[in-house]
Design a binder for this molecule. Structure first.
Ligand code: ZN
Length: 342
């Protein structure tokens, strides 16, 4: 990026009312067959337009073609049986009925590459594409085959690497791996989680990011946050090793969270997508509030490495709220950009 403080979102945006039930996770599609395919493309165009109108610099597909940030990828894999459901506890937080790994996992074909090509045709702006990270994927499944979290995560890392290489070839500039699980399973992250992430980015020619957050603004997450005390120091457990890793960018949650900002010093040298928009609240940030969080982050992140972003995806928000927050993000970044340029 030539521009300093380039803005982006963590990934998802609300879907149009005619495509899926709003403000609902795993919301079923309202269209089918060819209509669904065309509807997803129209929604992607709208999501892009919404970002462009707000002045977002690094754009995404708004995850308009996926029902869920993890499940949609898994649906395209062999070795997973969606009719065999088991209830597991996701990120030690809430129970969900998930599919079962019944044999060796492999990719049947590319999953998001056509969508990425379609987005590439619509804009010359830099594109960021989100994929689930290996550790977050294994946490959203029941494993009756490998019976080893590490072994299954490693297989997923290889699959993600194949997909990521095709996305980069399709013109994606930044590939982001969503790893909210990195905020929960600290020992695993340090023992093999980061190694799996590095396997997923092996040989990639584009930039790479990892997004680690405190989750969507759903009740299970807000209840969990209440148990975390006055200071959220989860990042402290994984940042030192992440700083040493080959990942280019770390995307994290800052605004309205209790993350002590001095923890950002632990990843000095990395580019940082700093979350300056709270996705767990409908109250609208002002540009000045956004600017204030960015100024604080600048104490620990060099200006040329600071990327203003949202705390997490905005899929569960009402559309007009998400839209207002995108505008606040761009306006707040512009305030600090002008200050830096003097
Ligand atoms: Zn997130």
């Amino acid at each position: 990026m030539n521009k300093i403080l380039p803005t982006s979102t963590a990934g998802s945006l609300p879907k149009p009312l005619w495509l899926a039930e709003p403000q609902t996770l795993w919301s079923p599609w309202k269209l089918q067959g060819k209509e669904l395919h065309a509807g997803k493309q129209d929604a992607l165009r709208l999501a892009l337009l919404q970002q462009q109108r707000a002045g977002i610099d690094i754009v995404s597909d708004g995850e308009q073609s996926r029902q869920h940030f993890v499940t949609t990828l898994i649906e395209h894999l062999d070795g997973v049986d969606f009719s065999r459901r088991e209830t597991v506890r996701i990120r030690k937080r809430y129970d969900a009925s998930v599919p079962t790994v019944v044999g060796p996992v492999s990719r049947k074909g590319s999953v998001f590459v056509d969508d990425a090509k379609f987005l590439r045709l619509q804009t010359k702006q830099p594109i960021k594409w989100a994929l689930p990270g290996p550790m977050t994927m294994i946490d959203t499944l029941y494993d009756a085959h490998y019976k080893s979290r590490k072994a299954l995560a490693w297989e997923f890392a290889k699959i993600l690497n194949e997909e990521a290489k095709e996305l980069a070839a399709a013109g994606v500039d930044i590939i982001q791996f969503d790893e909210p699980a990195f905020n929960v399973f600290f020992d695993d992250v340090n023992e093999w989680g980061i190694a799996c992430l590095e396997r997923a980015i092996e040989g990639l020619k584009c930039e790479t990011a990892v997004h680690i957050c405190y989750g969507y603004g759903i009740k299970a997450n807000t209840d969990w946050k209440k148990t975390l005390g006055s200071e959220w120091r989860q990042y402290e457990a994984v940042f030192p090793k992440l700083q040493q890793s080959k990942i280019d960018i770390v995307s994290l949650e800052c605004h309205n969270s209790r993350v002590p900002l001095e923890l950002l010093a632990l990843i000095r040298g990395k580019k940082v997508m700093v979350g300056v928009i709270d996705v767990a609240s409908d109250s609208m940030e002002t540009p000045e509030e956004v600017a204030d969080t960015l100024r604080k982050a600048l104490q620990y992140v060099d200006a040329d490495k600071l990327y203003p972003c949202t705390n997490c995806g905005m899929a569960p928000l009402a559309r007009h709220i998400a839209n207002g927050k995108l505008h606040a993000l761009a306006a707040g970044a512009e305030i600090v950009r002008q200050e830096l340029l003097g």
